[in-house]
Structure formats: structure tokens, C-alpha cells
Design a binder for this molecule. Structure first.
Ligand SMILES: Cc1cc2nc3c(=O)[nH]c(=O)nc-3n(C[C@H](O)[C@H](O)[C@H](O)COP(=O)(O)OP(=O)(O)OC[C@H]3O[C@@H](n4cnc5c(N)ncnc54)[C@H](O)[C@@H]3O)c2cc1C
Length: 283
């Protein structure tokens, strides 16, 4: 199938993109890496009247400053994976990159596009949730605002980014002393979207786990923060925490089934990943 006819505008700056969004609203779509949008256009799942190409507005910087890591919207998955600043400030993100699709897609796809899309099986939304990131949004009418990842992912492919807004950046707190981070997933084939994945961080002090934040992806309409698992693991030794958090997951997750994998199987896989994640933090 081919995309329906659309007009094309190349934004020259973020402000220009926001002005075009203000003008066209729901009729417009931003084009970033195009790795999800072009497929949606060709399948006619999306039929915007106008595409606003933001590929040349800059905004691809990766900066660690004042205890924060800022990934601008057009930072590609590949650039994030290569960044020494990312590996140091938020090692979970560096671990996530090899799980995202294939090198060609990682060279074009952007973190802003992934967050704005809000695919529940994608890695960046879960990492943002696990690390309590803030998404920086901007519009011509209201200027900049910040939304915590906990409030950003509203439902299936639905986020707090309004039709006249764009994602400008995502900001992550830099990893704290004694903090450990992991991103693990299970997929049928390398490069496929995850059947189930987990992005998790916790502190490890004196052999005990505290402050576990585990965000699961591929288990529902949005990434899901496993709060009961966190409570169950608090203050426990690594082995106890791994077991208790995995056991508690049944109260956090109720994954839907699909024709290939039923919900009970996904929950079982999530428990396996939870155990592995806690154990990996101690390794
Ligand atoms: C074969 C294949 C496998 C894939 N596997 C994975 C995977 O395993 N994990 C994964 O996470 N992803 C996967 N992807 C998706 C890929 O990571 C995309 O790059 C990503 O989801 C979207 O980024 P993009 O820059 O390409 O956005 P685009 O495709 O350009 O845009 C996606 C959506 O976001 C909107 N948008 C883009 N940028 C902004 C912005 N700054 N502000 C507001 N809205 C914006 C667009 O209007 C569009 O609606 C896969 C894609 C393919 C084709």
C-alpha cells in the first residue's frame, strides 16, 4: 500500500516546527527519524494532511550537566548508544540500545519520536519511567512545560504531548552512588520488539536492595511501574529481593494475551526478568 497524499514542510528550527503545528494542529504530523511514521503512513494507519520534517532543526545534543542527563529529541538511538556521557550518567539507556530494532533503524530513529509515539513495547518509555525522567514539551501557544514520565504515557500510543506540542528533550537524573541499573528483555528474534522487557534501577548497599524502580514493557497499554515488587524487595538481600519482587509481580501486572503469547506466559516471563534484573544489579 502507498501513503495517502500529504503536503510536506521542512521546519528550520524548533520554533518554526511549533508554529507549523499551531497552524495545522491535528492535521499535521512531525517527521523525525520516520522509522515508525513512514510505516504507519504506508499502511494508512495515519493520514495527516501535512508532514512537518524536523530532521534539520538541530536538537540532537546529548549533555550531562548539574546531575542531569539531557537527551534532545533528535538524538538517535545509535548516538545514545555510543555516548560516553550516557554510559556514565544512565547506564540503563546504553544497555537498552542494542535491544532496539537493527542498526539501520537505530541510525535514524530518535528518542523524541519513540517517546512521542508511546509504543508500549518500546524501550525508551520504560527507561524514562524507571529513571523518573522528565519529558520537555514545547508549543507556540504555551511555551515549554515539563511532564514526569509517570504522567506522560496515558494509554495505547497516547501521551500527554498535545497536538500543537513537540517533544524537545528528555531529562534523566544522573545515576546516584551505589545505584545499579539494568535493561533486559526477551524477544523471539534479535531486533524484534520485546515480548516482555524490564528497565530497573535500585540502590545496593551492604548487600541489600533499596528503592527498586522496575518498569515493564510489552505487558499492557503503557509501560508499567512495578510498585508492589518494589515494596516486596525493600531492604532485602539480593537473593531475597529477587524472589520477593518476582513473586509480587502478580499484583503489579496483568498482561493481555495475543494470538502468539497468552497473558500468563507474559507474566511468567516478567517474573524471570525481574529475578534476573535484581541479580544482575549485584553482579
Ligand atoms: C522493523 C522495525 C523494528 C523496530 N523495533 C523497535 C524496537 O525493538 N524497539 C523500539 O523502541 N522501537 C522499535 N522500532 C521503532 C523505532 O525505534 C522508531 O525509530 C521510533 O519508535 C520512532 O522514532 P522516529 O524518530 O523514527 O519517529 P517517527 O517515525 O518520525 O515518528 C513517530 C511518531 O512520533 C511523532 N514525533 C516524532 N518526533 C516527535 C517530537 N519530537 N515531538 C512530538 N512528536 C514527535 C511523529 O509525528 C509520529 O507520530 C522499530 C521500527 C522498525 C521499522
Amino acid at each position: 500500500m502507498k501513503a495517502a497524499a500529504f503536503r510536506y514542510a521542512r521546519a528550520t528550527s524548533a520554533a518554526h516546527a511549533q508554529a507549523l503545528l499551531a497552524e495545522h494542529g491535528e492535521d499535521a504530523r512531525l517527521l523525525a527519524g520516520g522509522q515508525s511514521l513512514l510505516a504507519a503512513l504506508n499502511l494508512r494507519l495515519s493520514e495527516p494532511a501535512i508532514l512537518i520534517d524536523i530532521g534539520r532543526i538541530g536538537h540532537a545534543a546529548i549533555e550531562a550537566r548539574d546531575g542531569r542527563l539531557r537527551l534532545s529529541a533528535l538524538a538517535t538511538h545509535a548516538a545514545i548508544g555510543r555516548s560516553a556521557a550516557v554510559a556514565e550518567a544512565a547506564p540503563m539507556l546504553a544497555q537498552a540500545v542494542p535491544h532496539i530494532a537493527h542498526p539501520a533503524i537505530r541510525n535514524r530513529g530518535t528518542i523524541g519520536g519513540s517517546l512521542a509515539l508511546g509504543d508500549p513495547a518500546a524501550e525508551w518509555p520504560a527507561c524514562a519511567l524507571a529513571l523518573n525522567a522528565e519529558i520537555v514539551l514545547a508549543s507556540a501557544a504555551r511555551g515549554e512545560r515539563r511532564v514526569s514520565a509517570e504522567d506522560f504515557f496515558l494509554g495505547l500510543y497516547s501521551t500527554a504531548c498535545a497536538a500543537d506540542e513537540m517533544v524537545l528533550a528528555a531529562e534523566f537524573p544522573a545515576t546516584a552512588p551505589n545505584e545499579r541499573q539494568v535493561c533486559l528483555e526477551l524477544a523471539r528474534r534479535r531486533g524484534d520488539y520485546a515480548l516482555v522487557g524490564v528497565a530497573a534501577s535500585a540502590k545496593l548497599e551492604g548487600g541489600r536492595i533499596s528503592g527498586l524502580r522496575a518498569a515493564f514493557f510489552g505487558v499492557g497499554a503503557t509501560p508499567v511501574l512495578a510498585r508492589e515488587a518494589s515494596r516486596a524487595a525493600e531492604g532485602a538481600t539480593v537473593a531475597e529481593a529477587a524472589r520477593a519482587a518476582a513473586d509480587a509481580l502478580g499484583r503489579d501486572l496483568d498482561p493481555p494475551g495475543d494470538p502468539t503469547t497468552d497473558g500468563a506466559t507474559r507474566l511468567r516471563l516478567a517474573r524471570v526478568l525481574m529475578r534476573r534484573a535484581v541479580e544482575a544489579m549485584a553482579a
